[in-house]
Write a protein that binds this ligand. Structure first.
Ligand SMILES: [Zn+2]
Length: 425
């Protein structure tokens, strides 16, 4: 195992220091370190962050390996500064049994680029009719703690209540894709001025807010942990703010695209901007950014959703919703938050690691800590070229945009997965 000495690096925005990585851990932190056997990385101008942790990644394997595999998605994650990702259950077959979650977990270990923590489905086949084998998935080698039908809402309140009750026994979490399906039938984009102008069926904010309101009450009633996926509206923020003030055990995430892009992007009819929940208004973006800063929103999660060309480069109405996120998330966070490193570390690493219960992740580099970290060059600017992404898919909404920040290196348990901005394997 090679040792690495990173010189003059800022740890989460602090004054520059040296950082020695040896035997999988951060061995020493301090100025003027020397280690003759170590490979030296000049960290001047770079910021070391605890490795990023994504609570919401679609890796598409098994079933849609043409769009992404566990390995290609893991590489995209490492290049984005991630050391752990939670893989959503809407694969084919669905990750609703111990067998499938163990398969995904094993594929993640084999790829070895990030820790892949499978999320299990709440209901069999994501059909919303009966509970999946939550206990068997929790007891499996994958040790599933988060369950989600993401892509679909657990719309039946009785089923949602039972799911919350079931996971309480092992302090599990139900992560809800909040979308009242009756209110979004045929929806193509955010319901508002732009949808009216374009003549597209709208996805009203209330369809999200109504489910979140119901679910925080259910979670409060049961005393269970609820996590809300991809919060996208100002109204949802207010529901969450009130629930948190009452002490409900709820956490919530926001995606990079909901922090940056508005529904006006739909005017291009470019399906790369079609996503679920849809891009909202500038007022929603302002509320989401404020909630991210004050903690009502706990986490930035990517909702990385790779799609094959035929599912995306078609008419808007037929295109699948979803966009890539892993390789651009930190840049979007920098664009939106500026160099607030402690806040970025909190929202993209420490808190998601704590929510998912991922030991060894989300810990600032310090002596004895597992060396799961990433090095960012905040002064770099890069223009996003879809063909240069490591993902198997090309559906980035940031194509040809110039964004701040570049991941220079990522370490997983002391081994580099990215060096000089390139994937090591
Ligand atoms: Zn979703």
């Amino acid at each position: 195992m090679t040792a690495y000495l990173i010189t003059s690096v800022s740890v989460v925005g602090a004054a520059p220091t040296d950082l020695l990585i040896r035997d999988g851990v951060v061995a020493e932190v301090g100025p003027g370190l020397s280690a003759p056997d170590a490979t030296v990385i000049d960290g001047t101008g770079l910021v070391a962050l605890p490795g990023l942790v994504d609570l919401h990644t679609h890796l598409r394997e098994p079933g849609r390996e043409d769009a992404e595999t566990v390995e290609s998605g893991s590489r995209a994650a490492a290049l984005g500064g991630y050391t752990a990702v939670c893989a959503m259950a809407n694969t084919s077959p669905v990750a609703d049994t111990a067998g499938v979650v163990e398969q995904v977990w094993r594929l993640g270990r084999e790829a070895g680029l990030v820790d892949v923590q499978p999320i299990g489905a709440v209901t069999v086949g994501l059909a919303g009719e009966r509970l999946a084998e939550l206990g068997a998935m929790a007891d499996s080698a994958a040790r599933v703690r988060i369950f989600s039908d993401d892509g679909h809402c657990v719309a039946d309140p009785k089923l949602m209540r039972r799911a919350l009750e079931y996971v309480k026994a092992f302090d599990g979490i139900i992560a809800q894709h909040a979308e009242e399906p009756r209110l979004t039938e045929g929806a193509q984009m955010h319901e508002g001025e732009v949808s009216t102008r374009l003549g597209l069926i709208g996805w009203p904010a209330v369809a999200e807010e109504a489910i979140i309101a119901r679910d925080v009450l259910l979670a409060e009633h049961v005393g269970s942990r609820l996590h809300v996926c991809h919060v996208s509206t100002a109204g949802s923020v207010e529901v969450l703010r009130q629930a948190k003030a009452r002490g409900v055990r709820v956490t919530a995430e926001v995606t990079p695209h909901h922090l940056l892009l508005t529904d006006e992007r739909a005017e291009s009819y470019d399906p790369v901007f079609k996503v679920n929940p849809p891009l909202r208004t500038a007022a929603d973006i302002a509320a989401l950014r404020a909630a991210l800063a004050d903690g009502v929103l706990d986490v930035i999660a990517t909702d990385h959703a790779p799609h094959a060309v035929e599912d995306k480069e078609c008419e808007w109405a037929y295109a699948r919703p979803g966009m890539l996120g892993l390789e651009t998330a930190l840049s979007i966070a920098l664009e939106v938050l500026g160099p607030r490193w402690d806040l970025i570390a909190e929202r993209m690493s420490r808190t998601p690691a704590r929510i998912a219960g991922l030991t060894g992740h989300g810990i600032d580099p310090a002596p004895g800590v597992p060396a799961n970290l990433t090095l960012v060059d905040p002064s770099a600017r890069r223009t996003i070229e879809p063909t240069e992404l490591a993902s198997r898919s090309r559906n980035t909404p940031y194509a040809r945009m110039t964004l701040p920040g570049r991941i220079v290196a990522t370490f997983l348990r002391g081994e580099p997965t990215v060096l000089d901005g390139k994937a090591v394997n």
